[in-house]
Design a protein around this ligand. Structure first.
Ligand SMILES: Cc1cc2nc3c(=O)[nH]c(=O)nc-3n(C[C@H](O)[C@H](O)[C@H](O)COP(=O)(O)OP(=O)(O)OC[C@H]3O[C@@H](n4cnc5c(N)ncnc54)[C@H](O)[C@@H]3O)c2cc1C
Length: 367
């Protein structure tokens, strides 16, 4: 198995596990605010984002380490970035099964196998509107990874995108105490869902105090003294006129406009040190580098600059992955979400924090 980032992929590191950990905190804040309705007076509710983030990091670390331990039973795990090698005229049949791995620790490895399973997950492709595209006028914005690394509460969180992920973060941060505005291009939230489901969801979110703008297009983003200005238009043709447009003022902007498959070949990794440090900043305003579109699939692998080892696997790579651990191994290594597991988890230091996935951020490559 070749893995570019931390073991566990999106779900463990940036998806299901951290979001549900934070949703649990949001639910508790929500219930605590409602406690007087139930005859309980526990005092004013305060949300400690730094403590909340640490709990999330600890949970992710526990689950990731459990996944790593399980893989250690019989899987050759290679940390690096895999790409298919271009066809070689002398052996056209074998080349589609040949892979070049740029190892995270440096150097390269060539692998061949009877069968290669591609499971490269998702990427983030921010919409190309002025202010979000890379360049001097780019405004810092949050993506689905960096928003979970905030150590402070946004005063007013603007969210571009009313899909599952946008709504999940919207409700979460509203319940933490932020003002939240969701901008959705289509006429309903959750466009994949039935209309009645979407309407009930919108009703619940509005009851929480979230502002929802439907059939509304983002036109441009700009920095402002208070944070971010997002100009939107409800004109069906996207025109910005005084009658159809308005400018929203927010302290932070989350871009949650979709996660297309990462089926293209990533660019060569930049310096891992630079990539990691540029993503770990946490300031009073988001200072995260913006995501960039993935490289195109036509990008050729770099010419080898360091020793390359070639390994031929006599069995499909996926067969190694599917070899299950024994019941005893499973019991010993599988983490649970109990509070005792959480409290015993070591605090994540700066160096072992989960770095954002390479293709979710500006610079591919992991230390
Ligand atoms: C914010 C958020 C919340 C979510 N919440 C839920 C939820 O509550 N419940 C749920 O069921 N689903 C949830 N999901 C979806 C879930 O995370 C995904 O469906 C799942 O992770 C997909 O698994 P995968 O193996 O296909 O891809 P991934 O988990 O994305 O794994 C792909 C792996 O490939 C690696 N990779 C990519 N390119 C290369 C390369 N060239 N070389 C080597 N390695 C490479 C990546 O580093 C990554 O680890 C959520 C997703 C997000 C973003």
């Amino acid at each position: 198995m070749v893995e570019l980032g931390p073991v566990g992929g999106t779900c463990v590191n940036y998806g299901c596990t951290p979001t549900k950990t934070m949703v649990a905190s949001a639910e508790i804040a929500h219930l605590a605010r409602r406690a007087p309705e139930f005859g309980i007076h526990a005092g004013p509710v305060q949300v400690d984002m730094a403590r909340l983030r640490q709990r999330k990091r600890d949970m992710v670390k526990t689950w990731r380490e459990g996944s790593e331990k399980r893989l250690s039973y019989g899987v050759d795990l290679i940390h690096g970035e895999a790409s298919f090698l271009p066809a070689e005229p002398q052996s056209p049949k074998s080349t589609p099964k040949s892979i070049l791995v740029r190892l995270n620790q440096g150097g390269e490895l060539r692998l061949t196998a009877d069968l290669v399973v591609i499971d490269t997950g998702l990427t983030v492709n921010p919409p190309s509107i002025p202010g979000l595209a890379p360049g001097p006028s780019q405004v810092p914005f949050l993506d689905i990874v960096s928003i979970m690394e905030l150590d402070h509460l946004p005063e007013h969180l603007l969210i571009l995108g009313g899909g599952h992920i946008g709504l999940e973060f919207g409700q979460m941060f509203r319940r933490f105490g932020s003002r939240v505005t969701i901008v959705q291009r289509s006429a309903q939230l959750l466009p994949q869902e039935d209309e009645d489901i979407a309407q009930e969801t919108a009703k619940l979110l509005r009851e929480d105090g979230i502002e929802i703008l439907l059939s509304t297009n983002a036109h441009s983003v700009a920095a402002s003294p208070g944070g971010i200005q997002l100009t939107v238009s409800s004109d069906p043709t996207g025109q910005v006129t005084p009658a159809t447009s308005r400018t929203l003022e927010g302290s932070h902007l989350l871009v949650a406009t979709g996660t297309p498959p990462a089926s293209t070949s990533p660019q060569p990794a930049s310096s891992p040190t630079t990539a990691a440090s540029s993503r770990s900043t946490s300031t009073s305003r988001p200072a995260y580098p913006a995501s960039t579109p993935p490289a195109t699939s036509t990008a050729a692998p770099p010419s080898p600059t360091s020793p390359t080892t070639t390994t031929a696997y006599s069995r499909p790579i996926y067969a190694a992955v599917l070899t299950p651990p024994s019941a005893a191994q499973r019991t010993a290594s599988f983490p649970t979400a109990s509070s005792s597991t959480l409290s015993s988890a070591a605090s994540a230091s700066a160096s072992d924090r989960p770095p954002p996935r390479a293709f979710l951020s500006a610079s591919p490559g992991f230390p």
